[in-house]
Every structure is written in C-alpha cells, then in structure tokens.
Design a protein around this ligand. Structure first.
Ligand SMILES: [Zn+2]
Length: 589
C-alpha cells in the first residue's frame, strides 16, 4: 500500500499566535495533587495549580466534556457533589487553594476537583497538539468520572458505560489509598478515553504491539504531562537533591544521562509506584532499568499488553532524557563550571512538551487498524517533520530513532533515509469533488475513495466506511500553522474459516471452518490545505503477511473463544489493569 513521507509540502501561513483552542479563552486555576499522596515534602503532599478552561460548571463538577458522578457501587453510596458555578468575568475561585494536607486527602469534594481538573488538563494537551477538539469513542459529549467507584485496587475506562472508574483500597497501616488522587493514574485513564475516541479500532484484538500500545501510550502521556509542569519537575528535582532551590547552581556531574535516570526519575517512579496498582511508575522504573535489546520483541513474556507497553514507554522516555541532557549541555555553565538549576528545569519541561505534542500528533499519521510500533515510529517522525522541518538544533527525530532502534524498532517507511511516510506519488482523480465538503463530510470523503479505489489500492470486495473527517490546524513552534484534513477509513472483509485459503491465508486450527472471521484494513488520507492528497497511510485488508500474523496471534491468545469482537472489547481495560496489578504484586514481578 502507499506509504509516504514529507517535506513540508503544505503551504503554511503566518498567524498571530492566537490559541487554536479558542481566542483568549478564559482560564481557571485549580489545585490538584502534583504526585501521588505518598510523595511528601516536610510531611506535606505536593500540590500544584492547573490552568483549565473556565466553563460554566454544574454541581459535580460537571462541565461540557467531563461530568463527575460520585457514586460508590461497593457501598451503594452517592457522595454529595461539589458545588458548580460561574460568573462572567469573575472566575470561580479555587476552593482548595492552600488547604492543609488532611483537608485535601479527607474531603471527597477535593477528590472530585482533582479528577475533573487532571482530566481537563489532559484533554487540553490533546486538543492543542491535535489542533482541533478531541472526541470520545462512545458518541456522546460528556465522559463520566466516578472518583470513588468501587472498593478495589483498580481503575479503568469503559467505552460502553462512557466512564472512568477509580477504585480505593487499604494501603499501608490501613490508610485508604484513593487511585483518583494519583495524577498518573487519572491522566493514564483519561488518555485511554481520548485515544479510543481517535482510534476506536485500537482496542480490537490484533497484535502484541496494538495490545501494548494503549497501555504504553497512556503511560507516556501521563509521564510527559507531569514532566511538562515546571512546578512539579522543580519540586521533584529539589526532593532528589538535584536542584536545591531556584537559581541554585548544579554541577555537571549530576546532569549526565545516568545521573538523571538514577536520581530524579527513578526516585519519582519508586515513590509513586509504592502503593498505586496501575500507575505509570512501575512501567518507567522497570523500563528504564531494562537493558534495551531487540530480543524483547520476540520474547513471549512481552506479548502481554502491559509488558509490551513498557517497551514503548522506555523508548520514548529515554528519548526524553537524551534530549534533556543535550539541551542542558547547550546551556553551558554559568559560573565555575556549574549550571543554573532553574534553566535545567525549564529545558526538561520544554523537551517534555515537545515530545508530548509529537506523540499525540503522531496518531493522525497512524493507520486506523492493526497499529504496530514500526508504524507508530514512522508516524512520530512524520508528525514532527510536518511542523518542524528543521530538526538540526536538538535532533528530536534522530534521538527518537536511536532509542526506538535500541529496542529493534525501525521505521516501516524509508528506514534508510528519514523514516517518514512516503508522500503519495500516484495520480488521483478529484473530479466530482468539492473540497469544502470533503473537509467536513464523510460522504464526500467516501466519494473520493470511490473515485480512487485503484490508485489507493483498496480492496473492492470489502465493506468500506469513512469513520471520520477531521480538519486540523497545527501550530508549529515557530508560530506557523499547518492546515490539513485527515480522512479516517476502515475496510472489513467478512469470510468463513473455510474461505481463508482462497485469500492466501492458512486457517489456524482454533478457527472452525464454519466460524465467521473478520479481516480489517484501514488507514488515513491526509490532504493539504488546498485539498491535494499528501499521504495515504494504511494497512491493506489484502496484506496476507499482516493478516496471517493477526490470525495466528488471535488463535494463540484464545480470542476465538469469544463470540464476537464486541464481546472481547467489553471490559477490556478492567481485565487488562487487573492483570497489570497482579503482575506487579507477584513475587519478583
Ligand atoms: Zn491502562
């Protein structure tokens, strides 16, 4: 199938740096926990202030996209909701500003504010990176969040119930541990919901990589969100003795790759991971200490989704560390060979923000079905190159290729050159099309597919549907806007087990001859601002190598014991996170 890559072929226009998310949207500052409550500084928990959109709030809090519903199913108890409110020009005050640790930990209303605010902030990261509003995977506008949903060491996203559910459980000394108070856990679950909205087929059973991607990506977003917050990074580094106070001078010996891994991030991971069952911390701790090697990709243990996800986390977080170190070296010493501690923090925050944006934007350049890490790597490189053609200063793309390469992950497209997708080079027909309609209308986009089935190498006998059309305006770091339209389509071929041979596939024994089998293909078409097709990125339903690998994997995993794809997907994250918690608590796990 066509693969492509890019020069920034899209013409760009100068803008006034107005935020993509809305002209001068009023913001509201709300207190949240910066880290897990077990992370204390002089016995006080670490808090920070998050800025989120100031919107009218109903009791809950309940805004346009997040509705906190504090029902505890284990106790059949409904906690009173936090009061809403909004007056124009008089932003709702932060009711928990500078409150004591016992007040924050013990007040369910603070727990409600904490989940609302972290979820909104994660939504904000997605919307500013994607250059558009982000949608959920369940069709509605409001995601429900239950901060005290059940007694149990788990937390999960459920598409069918449109909700994030957070459990609580007894911790050390019998003190309750609330998963809704862990920044990483809340950001992780919110990322599942947002990724599901953008790429709904990624929870289909398909390959070890696709299974691991949801987990790894949710961890990456949670970790990079924390590292994008200067107040949190400053606090953690101070805690670690790396930066003592603002404007402290730091010795270069403390700022090597190994020193940063060992002192700052590993320390952070261990503290957070001490009590939370499925936070990102354990993944980071374990991933960073794992010696990178291509053999992991072929190790059966790493077919398990959360173990597989750790490879993605390790590759991205090692890229973050490498860029951070390079940026620190670029600063140069300020006095007697020492570095400015505050600038060290700022460089880390800038690197984290850049990588977080890159990781989220890459989703628009990733195939809509059967995602593999090699595809995601090409998507990452393309997403960055489209908005930052000149990467010579900090070489984010080189660093990312290197850290993924250490795990045996090479870009699937143009591995000998820049690793980006191949620009679409074939002739396509634009007759009978109106680009204005194509930017907004799935039927118009389907017409484009129809006119170009051959050029796009689509399977004619498969059911084909355009799932979404997304007009996009991405802001580059230099303030330019790159406008594109992304059309997301799916192809499904439904056959019986005995028909697989005719398609060039070998039927695994676990598939009865009469069993219905669905083969998926799909991709994205990326148009520039004048309606010309730039990229066609996808997995073809007729690609026998990938389809065979998928069938063999599903047979091994026992998928054919489920009656349907929908039955498998139901409760997917609850099962996955339970498995993760068990794995963490197993001796030596
Ligand atoms: Zn998860």
């Amino acid at each position: 199938m066509p693969r492509r890559a890019p020069r920034r072929s899209a013409p760009v226009s100068k803008i006034n740096l107005a935020p993509v998310r809305g002209e001068s949207a009023p913001l509201r500052s709300l207190t949240i926990l910066a880290q897990d409550p077990s992370v204390r500084r002089r016995r006080k928990i670490l808090t920070t202030t998050a800025q989120v959109m100031a919107e009218p709030l109903m009791d809950g809090p309940c805004g346009a996209r997040i509705k906190v519903v504090d029902y505890d199913a284990s106790r059949d108890r409904l906690y009173l909701p936090m009061k809403g409110g909004y007056q124009q020009g008089d932003p709702w005050p932060d009711p928990f500003k500078q409150q004591s640790t016992p007040t924050l930990l013990g007040n369910p209303h603070f727990h409600q504010q904490n989940v609302y605010t972290i979820a909104m902030r994660t939504l904000g990261h997605f919307e500013s990176a994607l250059g558009r509003r982000a949608n959920y995977g369940f069709g509605g506008h409001q995601l429900h969040i239950a901060p005290h949903a059940f007694a149990g060491a788990n937390a999960y996203y459920q598409r069918e119930n449109r909700c994030l559910s957070f459990g609580y459980f007894p911790g050390r000394g019998g003190q309750p541990v609330f998963t809704c108070l862990s920044h990483d856990v809340v950001a992780h679950e919110m990322t599942h919901a947002l990724l599901d909205g953008l790429r709904p087929r990624y929870i289909d059973p398909s390959s070890p990589d696709q299974g691991g991607f949801h987990e790894g990506f949710a961890d990456v977003v949670a970790l990079l969100s924390v590292l994008s917050d200067a107040a949190i990074v400053g606090s953690v580094l101070t805690e670690q003795g790396l930066v003592r106070a603002k404007r402290t001078l730091v010795s270069p010996a403390q700022l090597t790759l190994d020193a940063l891994k060992q002192s700052a991030l590993l320390g952070l991971a261990e503290q957070v991971g001490a009590s939370i069952p499925n936070g990102s911390a354990s993944a980071l701790r374990r991933s960073v200490t794992m010696k990178p090697s291509p053999r992991w990709l072929h190790d059966p243990e790493f077919e398990e989704p959360h173990r597989r996800g750790e490879i993605l986390v390790a590759a991205v977080m090692n890229a973050f560390l490498a860029v951070w170190v390079a940026r620190i070296q670029g600063l140069g010493p300020v006095l007697r060979g020492q570095y400015d501690g505050q600038r060290v923090v700022e460089e880390g925050v800038t690197a984290a923000q850049h990588l977080l944006t890159m990781c989220i934007r890459a989703l628009d350049y990733a195939p809509s079905t059967d995602l593999q890490y090699v595809d995601y790597l090409s998507a990452l490189l393309t997403a960055d190159k489209e908005t930052v053609p000149d990467d010579t200063k900090y070489r984010y793309r080189d660093v990312v290729r290197k850290t993924f390469g250490a795990w045996g992950i090479q870009p699937i497209s143009r591995p000998e050159s820049d690793g980006c997708w191949e620009p679409f080079g074939e002739q396509v027909s634009y007759r009978n099309l109106r680009f204005e309609a194509l930017r907004a209308n799935t039927d118009e986009a389907f017409r484009f597919l129809w006119e170009n089935f051959t050029a796009l190498r689509l399977a004619r006998d498969a059911y084909t549907v355009v799932q979404a059309v997304r007009p996009i305006a991405r802001v580059a770091p230099d303030g330019l806007i790159v406008r594109e339209t992304v059309v997301d389509y799916l192809q499904i071929l439904t056959v019986r087990g005995h028909e697989l041979g005719a398609l060039g596939l070998k039927r695994p024994e676990a598939i009865p001859t009469s069993r219905e089998v669905r083969l998926y293909g799909g991709g994205v078409l990326v148009f520039d601002e004048f309606g010309r097709l730039k990229f066609s990125i996808g997995n073809n339903v007729a690609n026998t190598r990938r389809q065979q690998a998928r069938l063999d994997y599903l047979a091994r995993e026992g998928f054919f014991e489920y009656r349907s794809d929908a039955e498998f997907s139901r409760g997917f994250f609850a099962r996955l996170h339970l498995a993760r918690a068990r794995d963490r608590w197993a001796p030596g796990g």
